[in-house]
Ligand binder design. Structure first.
Ligand code: 1CP
Length: 348
């Protein structure tokens, strides 16, 4: 008998998103948006009233509803699971919160080998709410694929070492340069947690995964290759047997795109600062995802769609192209604009 994920695999197999990722012809360029769920949607603000961010991630009905909201509104070609890159850490017992207007805040930042050893490895038993939410979600989504995600070791390490959001990641990089044995232990620990969290999502029915290394652009290519890439590669390799496409994304990664690809990506996510044609030349025989500047939704509509057209045209040179913004939807975004953008991408 077919298991639920097998049925989902079959239903979503010929979606524009999965066809584009495999490099097969599509009748329209597929599109979804990083942070498509969240503060730009009034229906999100309504269901989140009085409910903390982590609590909403750990409540299956709520996580399911929030994940579906942008799919209903925009008819995007993929859903992304509503969670956060620090949720698996919370699930294994790390004392942290997501503070409104700030982001993830960690009570006791990680500094020593003993701090690393105190973090538990993740098992499916730590995240039953994730399995439950994704099981409900894929039943609701039918032929629309669900993207699962996790944070890459460097980006997650930054929150654990700094204790919260950081612009320069100075303490994190100080550990990388000055305490390589602590650094390697920490990144290995996070890689195991992220890989296990991705497995749970795919085994429950996610059709693809995205590894977010949002802050990798803070690194030189040499440091990335030496001290970070092996751990991200371990995460991507650990889910390779599941047979779902792996998207690898970072911000400010113009000099790292080739390495992000080589780390084991099937699709490389490109931020808006790098022309898509430049990115395509660096990633080899892989699909690309991106990369409209998220502020273009505030420009005159015809400027927004003209830039989107340039990106779709450039994407035709890639093995496959999934349209997206170059980073997350900004909270002030007017949903009517994303509706218009989605329609434009679908009909261009
Ligand atoms: O209360 C709220 O609504 C808080 C805002 C918020 C939301 C909606 C946070 C806090 N996380 C999320 C959900 C989330 N986080 C999603 C699912 C929503 C979707 O895409 O539709 C995803 C994919 C993430 C991933 C995430 N969390 C990343 C990687 C993606 C990226 O934007 O680069 C990162 C860096 C985080 C950390 C984080 N969580 C929240 C904030 C505000 C931040 C960034 C803090 C910082 O600037 O360092």
């Amino acid at each position: 008998m077919a298991t639920a994920p097998d049925a989902t695999r079959e239903l979503t197999h010929d979606s524009a998103f999965l066809r584009a990722v495999r490099g097969e012809p599509v009748d329209h360029t597929p599109v979804w948006y990083m942070r498509q769920a969240g503060r730009s949607l009034p229906e999100y603000l309504r269901v989140r009233e009085g409910v903390g961010m982590l609590e909403s991630c750990m409540t299956p009905d709520l996580a399911t509803e929030i994940t579906l909201q942008p799919v209903r509104r925009y008819a995007v070609d993929a859903a992304i699971f509503f969670s956060d890159i620090v949720l698996p850490l919370k699930a294994v017992g790390v004392d942290l919160d997501i503070v409104p207007g700030v982001g993830p805040v960690v009570a006791s930042p990680v500094r020593t080998l003993a701090d690393v050893a105190a973090i538990a490895d993740l098992t499916p038993g730590h995240v039953p709410f994730t399995t439950e939410a994704i099981t409900m979600l894929v039943a609701e989504l039918g032929p629309t694929p669900l993207i699962g995600f996790a944070g890459a070791p460097f980006t997650v390490a930054s929150y654990l070492v700094e204790g919260g959001p950081s612009k320069d990641h100075a303490l994190t990089k100080a550990m990388m340069y000055g305490a390589p044995e602590v650094w390697d232990a920490l990144l290995r620990k996070i890689a195991g947690i992220s890989a296990a969290y991705l497995r749970v999502q795919v085994e429950a029915g996610a059709s693809a995964i995205q590894l977010f290394d949002s802050w990798a652009g803070a690194l030189t290519p040499g440091d990335y290759e030496r001290s970070v890439m092996p751990h991200s590669a371990a995460v991507l390799a650990a889910v390779g047997d599941l047979g779902v496409p792996r998207i690898h994304f970072g911000v400010g990664t113009a000099s790292l795109l080739g390495l992000l690809a080589e780390a084991g990506a099937d699709v490389v996510g490109v931020d808006w600062r790098t022309p898509l044609s430049t990115a395509i030349a660096q990633v080899g025989d892989r699909a690309v995802q991106g990369n409209l500047d998220p502020t273009l939704v505030f420009a005159p509509p015809e400027v927004m769609t003209a830039r989107a057209a340039e990106i779709i045209d450039a994407g035709r040179a890639a093995k496959g192209h999934v349209f997206n913004l170059g980073h997350g939807v900004l909270p002030a975004t007017d949903p009517a604009r994303l509706e218009r953008l989605t329609d434009f991408v679908h009909t261009y």
